[in-house]
Design a protein around this ligand. Structure first.
Ligand SMILES: C[S@@+](CC[C@H](N)C(=O)[O-])C[C@H]1O[C@@H](n2cnc3c(N)ncnc32)[C@H](O)[C@@H]1O
Length: 204
């Protein structure tokens, strides 16, 4: 496989630059690099997700699944002062950049950038946020989503953005079939914004 942004360790030179973005009304300057998803600007899908949603109102433990250079994770931690955010990716350069960006945003202590296997097994998530890696193919995508959705706390919520032509509507149906009732809460620029919930009752 070539040196794609989802390589574990991109072989390309680590050429850094900064990108500016406004998320939930606040300005950010993110450091990005070659070998990382959407290094030239905040991805349009991610921008749609953040425009169509509001930040969580309550503190909790959140997951940014497929964090890239960390725009979603950083914004969640900035908006929710007592939140703990796990930012997960398979790309080590992305994880390093997430650390840099969390530090720049003043939230390094609460943003944990980690490989999937390095997240402690007992952590449950009150919310999952993701612009998921569709390119890994449907079987892998489903496997990845179930791996983390099974760790969504009872009553927890998962937010996704997926291109319509990349299967946004079928993903909505699939999530519902898996026991995570899913509704489309927004649609813009060819992207669907989905909200799925963990309908399972809390253990008594
Ligand atoms: C569409 S990008 C979104 C990046 C970032 N959230 C953003 O909005 O710019 C998806 C990310 O998922 C990562 N990824 C691919 N396979 C993964 C897996 N199995 N587990 C976690 N992350 C994965 C990729 O490396 C990539 O950074």
């Amino acid at each position: 496989m070539g040196d794609h942004f989802f390589s574990a360790d991109p072989q390309s030179a680590d050429v850094r630059r900064t990108v500016e973005a406004r998320i939930w009304g606040k300005p950010y300057v993110f450091t990005t690099a070659t070998g990382v998803f959407s290094r030239d600007r905040l991805d349009i899908g991610t921008a749609v997700l953040l425009r169509e949603t509001e930040p969580p109102k309550q503190a909790g433990t959140f997951l940014d699944l497929g964090c890239g250079y960390g725009p979603i994770a950083c914004a969640l931690a900035v908006e929710v002062p007592k939140a703990t955010v796990w930012a997960v990716d398979v790309n080590n350069r992305a994880l390093e950049l997430t650390g840099v960006n969390a530090a720049a945003a003043g939230v390094a202590e609460r943003v944990h950038a980690a490989l999937p296997d390095d997240v402690p097994g007992d952590v449950l998530f009150d919310q999952i946020w993701s612009n998921p890696a569709i390119h890994i193919g449907k079987p892998e995508l489903h496997k990845m989503l179930l791996r983390w959705l099974t760790r969504l706390a009872p009553g927890g919520v998962a937010w996704f953005v997926v291109g319509k032509n990349l299967g946004g509507d079928s993903l909505q149906r699939w999530l519902t079939e898996q026991g995570y009732p899913c509704e489309r809460i927004g649609s813009a620029k060819g992207f669907r914004v989905l909200r799925a919930t963990n309908a399972a009752p809390a253990p008594s």
